[in-house]
Design a protein around this ligand. Structure first.
Ligand SMILES: Nc1nc2c(ncn2[C@@H]2O[C@H](COP(=O)(O)OP(=O)(O)OP(=O)(O)O)[C@@H](O)[C@H]2O)c(=O)[nH]1
Length: 306
C-alpha cells in the first residue's frame, strides 16, 4: 500500500471504528468520526485521501453525508467507499450513483478491506502522478501554461476576496533566436533550463508560481506582492542570469540576459485577470524597446484583454 496516506472512517458504532482502524493502522494514518456531521467536519479540516463511510447512521446517514461531501469543492474529489450491512441492490446502486468509488459489505473481512483500500490508494496515487505530469513542462520542470491558467484564475479570485495585491511578471530571454542560430537548439535548451532554475529558486516562496508560458517566455504569479517587492524580485533574477555569464557571441562578446514586464493590482470587478497579463506584456515590450536586460512596470487598464 502506498505510504503516508490518511483514511477517514465514519461510523456511529465505536466497535466498527476500532475494528476497521486496527485492520488498516499499520498501512495508513487513521482519522475517525462517529457521525456524518463529525465526518464532514474532519474531512474539511484534515483533507483525508480516502473516506470509508457507513450507510446506516442516526441523524445524518451515509447517503446524506456523501451528498454534503460532494457539495463542497474542498471535499468533492475525495474518493468514498461505502461500508454497510445493507445488502440490497437498490442501496448499492444509490451509493454508486451518488459518486461512491466502491461498496464493501459487512461483516468485515480484514483481507478484503485491506485489498480494496490498497487498490483505491494505488489509483489515487496514479491519478496524482498523471495530474502532476500534465501540469509540468518537460524541458524545464517548471509548471506549464495549463497550470499557469488554473493558478492565475484561482489567485485572482482569492486576492479579490482578501483585498490583497497580485503581481504578475512576463519574462523573456533576450536575443534568443540569435543564440539558437549561433550555438544550436540543444545549447538553447540548456540556457532555457538554467534560466528556469534561477526563476524557480526566486519564486519558490509563499504561493508564488513560475511557469513556462511558451517558447522562451516565462510567467511569474506573485500573490500578496506589491509593485516594489515584485520589481526587486525581478531585478534579482535579471542580475543572477547576467552573473551566470553564458556567452552569447555574435556581433559583440555578450552574455545571455533576460527582460521582464510586471503589473500589480488589487483584483476587483472593473478588471479581468487578462488585463493584468496584457499590462505585464506591454511592460515587457517596453523593457525590450528600451534596451533589454531590465524590468519595467505598467498599470493594468480596465478590461484590457489585448
Ligand atoms: N532551444 C530552444 N529554442 C526555442 C524553444 N522555444 C522557442 N525557441 C526559440 O526562441 C527564439 C525566439 O526568438 P524571437 O521571438 O525572435 O525573440 P528573440 O530572438 O529572443 O528576440 P527578443 O525577444 O526581441 O530579445 C526562436 O529562435 C525560437 O526558435 C525551445 O524550446 N528550445
Amino acid at each position: 500500500m502506498p505510504n503516508s496516506f490518511s483514511v477517514l472512517i465514519i461510523d456511529d458504532e465505536i466497535i466498527n471504528l476500532q475494528i476497521i482502524s486496527d485492520i488498516l493502522r499499520s498501512e495508513v494514518d487513521i482519522i475517525m468520526a462517529k457521525s456524518g456531521e463529525q465526518g464532514v467536519r474532519k474531512a474539511l479540516e484534515l483533507s483525508p485521501d480516502l473516506i470509508l463511510l457507513d450507510v446506516m447512521m442516526p441523524d445524518m446517514d451515509g447517503f446524506e453525508t456523501m451528498e454534503k461531501l460532494s457539495q463542497d469543492s474542498r471535499t468533492c474529489d475525495i474518493p468514498v467507499i461505502f461500508i454497510t450491512a445493507l445488502d440490497d441492490i437498490k442501496n448499492e446502486e444509490k451509493g454508486l450513483l451518488l459518486g461512491a468509488s466502491d461498496y464493501i459489505q459487512k461483516p468485515i473481512h480484514a483481507s478484503i478491506i485491506k485489498a480494496r483500500v490498497a487498490l483505491h490508494l494505488k489509483l489515487i496515487n496514479q491519478h496524482r502522478i498523471l495530474e502532476r505530469l500534465s501540469t509540468i513542462d518537460p524541458l524545464t520542470s517548471l509548471a506549464n501554461r495549463r497550470k499557469y491558467e488554473e493558478t492565475i484564475r484561482s489567485e485572482w479570485k482569492l486576492m479579490e476576496e482578501i483585498n490583497e495585491t497580485l503581481s504578475l511578471a512576463v519574462i523573456d530571454i533576450d536575443n534568443f533566436k540569435q543564440y539558437n542560430d549561433f550555438y544550436g537548439h540543444a545549447a538553447g535548451d540548456k540556457v532555457l533550463q538554467k534560466v528556469a532554475a534561477i526563476l524557480a529558486n526566486n519564486f519558490k516562496h509563499n504561493s508564488n508560481l513560475v511557469a513556462r508560458y511558451g517558447g522562451e517566455e516565462f510567467v511569474a504569479i506573485m500573490p500578496r506582492t506589491s509593485k516594489k517587492e515584485a520589481l526587486q524580485r525581478l531585478n534579482k533574477c535579471i542580475s543572477e542570469v547576467q552573473e551566470m555569464a553564458i556567452t552569447c557571441k555574435k556581433e559583440n562578446d555578450n552574455v545571455v540576459t533576460i527582460s521582464a514586464g510586471v503589473s500589480s493590482i488589487i483584483p476587483n470587478d472593473g478588471f479581468k485577470f487578462e488585463s493584468l497579463f496584457a499590462a505585464a506584456d506591454e511592460a515587457l515590450y517596453l523593457a525590450k524597446y528600451e534596451g533589454k536586460n531590465q524590468v519595467k512596470w505598467k498599470s493594468a487598464k480596465a478590461n484590457d484583454i489585448a
